[in-house]
Write a protein that binds this ligand. Structure first.
Ligand code: 5FU
Length: 260
């Protein structure tokens, strides 16, 4: 059972350098909280990260929702990542043929490959999408989280699709950080990371299909390693104190889990 091993041990088993680094950051900072900074201005994102950077291991962006994107924003984001020791995940959910994904990753306005430590990718188009990303590294470390399950109700992913997705991922051990998924049984490999979104203390769903579980449930029953929280923190009265609440409850349940 991969979920009973401490993150330090799992770092040693990771085959992707970003996954290894993320496991080690979690162990060092004692946090497995990933903040999803779903805000639309650069200053609101940077101000929030100044306040909560110390509490998170990973910051998840949707770079294409930002209205005043600039190269300077990336410089500042990277400097916060260095100062607070967190990694950056661009949640782009690539889903096209390999050649197009390679262009989307390397080129365009955002040049994601230049700053994101890792990205999210759909398995839907087939293996070419992973081949393309594997060949687009420019020699820098990078990682992929493959979407094996989604949190939203009525999503069209079937158990077969999930199983085939895991098989596909295992062919690319050097590229693979882990899976975006909801269940412990989805994969076994202790060197891969289960990134689980759809977590909130206040509500069980939003008005547009999102489904929430509690931090306790995703840590103790559903096998989450890194837990993604967006509006639970971002839309709170005090995001700073709420980030601490999530960090503490997640870490408490992690310790409970690894102590048997
Ligand atoms: F792959 C997925 C998924 O299955 N569910 C998600 O919610 C990704 N997400 C992302 O996590 C989504 O795009 C949001 O950026 C974030 C969840 O935000 P929330 O505010 O905590 O609901």
């Amino acid at each position: 059972d991969r979920t009973l091993l401490p993150y330090e041990k799992r770092a040693e088993l990771a085959t992707n350098s970003i996954a290894k680094e993320l496991f080690n950051i979690m162990a060092t900072k004692k946090t497995n909280l990933c903040l999803s900074v779903d805000l639309t201005t650069t200053t609101s994102i940077l101000d929030l990260l100044e306040k909560v950077g110390e509490h998170v291991c990973l910051v998840k962006t949707h770079i294409d929702i930002i209205e005043d994107f600039s190269a300077d924003f990336i410089t500042r984001l990277k400097s916060l990542a260095k100062r607070f020791n967190f990694l950056i995940l661009e949640d782009r959910k690539y889903a096209d043929i390999g050649n197009t994904v390679s262009l989307q990753y390397l080129k365009g306005l955002y040049k994601v490959a230049e700053w994101a430590d890792c990205v999210t990718v759909h398995s839907l188009p087939g293996e070419g999408i992973l081949k393309a990303l594997n060949n687009s590294t420019n020699g820098v470390s990078q990682g992929v989280f493959l979407l094996a399950e989604m949190s939203s109700e009525g999503n069209l992913i079937t158990p077969d699709y999930t199983e085939e997705t895991v098989k596909m991922a295992l062919k690319y051990p050097n590229l693979m950080c882990g899976f975006v998924c909801q269940n412990k049984s989805t994969f076994k490999e202790p060197g891969l990371i289960q990134l689980t979104p759809g977590v909130q203390l206040e509500s069980t769903k939003d008005g547009l299909g999102q489904v929430y579980n509690t931090p306790e449930k995703v840590m103790l029953e559903k096998g989450a390693d890194v837990v993604v929280v967006g509006r639970g923190i971002v839309a709170a009265k005090s995001p700073e104190s709420q980030a601490l609440v999530y960090k503490d409850v997640l870490w408490k349940n992690y310790l409970k889990r690894v102590s048997g």
